[in-house]
Structures are given as C-alpha cells and as structure tokens.
Design a protein around this ligand. Structure first.
Ligand SMILES: [Zn+2]
Ligand SMILES: [Zn+2]
Length: 104
C-alpha cells in the first residue's frame, strides 16, 4: 500500500462516467471502451463493494422463487415458495426447519 508520487500516471482528457468531473490523469491507460471514474467515485465504489454484509445489494437481482403447494416434512407448515424447484421425491422443509437442520 504505497501512496508515493512516483507512480506512473497517464495524461488524459476525460470526464468521470458517474459524476462528470474532469479527469486529467489516470494511473492506467484508458482502453476507451470502458467507463472511467474519478478518484472520488472510485473510492466510493470500493467502499460500497467492500462491505458485503450490507442491507442487500441493490444491483443484485432477486433470487428466483418457485411457487409450490407443499407442506414442510418437519413441522407440517404450508410452503408456497421455494428457492429451488422441488424434485418431488425428496422431503421439503420450511425455512425454519431448514435452518434448524443446518444448525443441528
Ligand atoms: Zn466521479
Ligand atoms: Zn417446518
């Protein structure tokens, strides 16, 4: 993690793809077919991606759910949705029972 000033910089004349700020130097040669971000936006990106445990990524598509009409093999609760397609020859458990089984 060296923040020296001897890092090679490329002189460019671009604008940040996010905030539009003028970019005059980049630590890498821009390829031209990729958006370029200013150092501020780059830092923001890194911070939002570094978390991981956040409140559910906004860019992540919702997990596909299958509508089913089953009962939990453990507690008998009605199951109307599953994150996978039930094969039919395996017992299906509700979320609570699934968690209990995983913990136990
Ligand atoms: Zn920016
Ligand atoms: Zn259950």
């Amino acid at each position: 993690m060296a923040f020296g000033t001897d890092r090679q910089m490329y002189d460019v004349d671009l604008s940040c793809a996010k905030c539009g700020a003028h970019i005059s130097q980049l630590p890498f040669q821009p390829s031209g077919d990729r958006p370029v971000y200013c150092s501020e936006c780059n830092r923001a990106f890194r911070q939002t991606r570094g978390g991981g445990m956040g409140n559910g990524g906004m860019s992540r598509p919702p997990r596909q759910m299958y509508s089913v009409n089953l009962t939990c093999a453990g507690c008998g609760a009605a199951i109307t949705q599953l994150p996978f397609q039930p094969s039919g020859d395996k017992p299906v458990y509700c979320r609570d029972c699934m968690q209990a089984r995983r913990n136990g």
